[in-house]
Ligand binder design. Sequence first.
Ligand SMILES: CCCCC/C=C\CCCC/C=C/C(=O)SCCNC(=O)CCNC(=O)[C@H](O)C(C)(C)COP(=O)(O)OP(=O)(O)OC[C@H]1O[C@@H](n2cnc3c(N)ncnc32)[C@H](O)[C@@H]1OP(=O)(O)O
Length: 290
Amino acid sequence: MLRSKILNRIRLLKPVIDRRCMSSASKTPLTLLEVDDKSGIATLSLNRPPVNSLNIDLMNSIIESITEIEGNKSRGLILTSANDRVFCAGLDLNELHKPNQERLKEFWAVFQDVWLALHLCSVPTAAAINGHAPAGGCLLATACEYRVMLPQMTIGLNETQFGYMAPKWVMLSYLSVLPRRLAERALTQGKLFTTAEALDVGLVDEIAASKEEALAKCSTFIDSFSKANPLARSLTKKQIREPDVQKLIADRAGDLKECLEYINSPLLQDGLGAYFEALKQKSRSKAGKS
Ligand SMILES: CCCCC/C=C\CCCC/C=C/C(=O)SCCNC(=O)CCNC(=O)[C@H](O)C(C)(C)COP(=O)(O)OP(=O)(O)OC[C@H]1O[C@@H](n2cnc3c(N)ncnc32)[C@H](O)[C@@H]1OP(=O)(O)O
């Protein structure tokens, strides 16, 4: 009974995700998907310069790739970045700052979908975090089952730093990895953990000296399931993750409504504008353009 309920729920989920991922075709490959023909492990690289910031097209491309990986019977999914400085800079601030309202509704729905697709992915998932992973980038990493990070990077849900509060389901993803008291402190501080700190608190599982080593460690994690029946493993993972996922699925419209009110509030828009301008200024001074 429960198994068919979960499978039905997944099927319910899939049409939403499948329909979305047909909607946009990006001109350049926003994600690169390679399946190792020996190991059967798929590597999904985020490829949206300059910082893999998540816009609608990139998130649809991630969803499309996950759907393909689940369909082609890959043994596992490693999420990484084609950029050697940034894993993922989180949501594209252009989507949140002075947003077009119709587009913002689609953007938020796809953001919900990409978390559901990765969090519920039926194959084993691991993140080779070869760059900075703030906010939405951290969310992608915590949606995976295992995390290997390179030194001198940062990771964390830093939303309060730019005046925002992470949605409940984003906080739940953090709480699935960190103890509550630590998660609460890190969320309220908007803390970005260094690689060493992230290892210390368990936000990441291992550190690797290079991207190649990180990919190898992720493959070893995926190989650890070689004796488990794939369907039993997938159902077990979904059963454990079901309560958190249900909190979003049960009220996606409410989450969207709350997000629209929050993102559109003048105070938050001003804060976000100042934050975004500071980022641009930093980039200009770095490039000596100021
Ligand atoms: C109750 C309901 C509540 C709803 C609340 C609503 C919203 C909250 C959502 C919660 C979930 C997730 C939120 C997010 O993800 S928001 C995005 C947060 N991201 C960040 O704070 C990261 C900002 N970026 C950086 O810290 C750095 O760029 C870096 C990622 C560490 C990389 O540094 P570096 O290599 O030095 O690159 P630059 O800083 O020079 O940046 C290069 C260019 O990229 C632009 N950029 C950077 N980040 C973003 C971004 N997130 N979106 C768009 N553009 C970005 C930057 O401006 C530079 O562009 P330019 O060269 O054209 O100026």
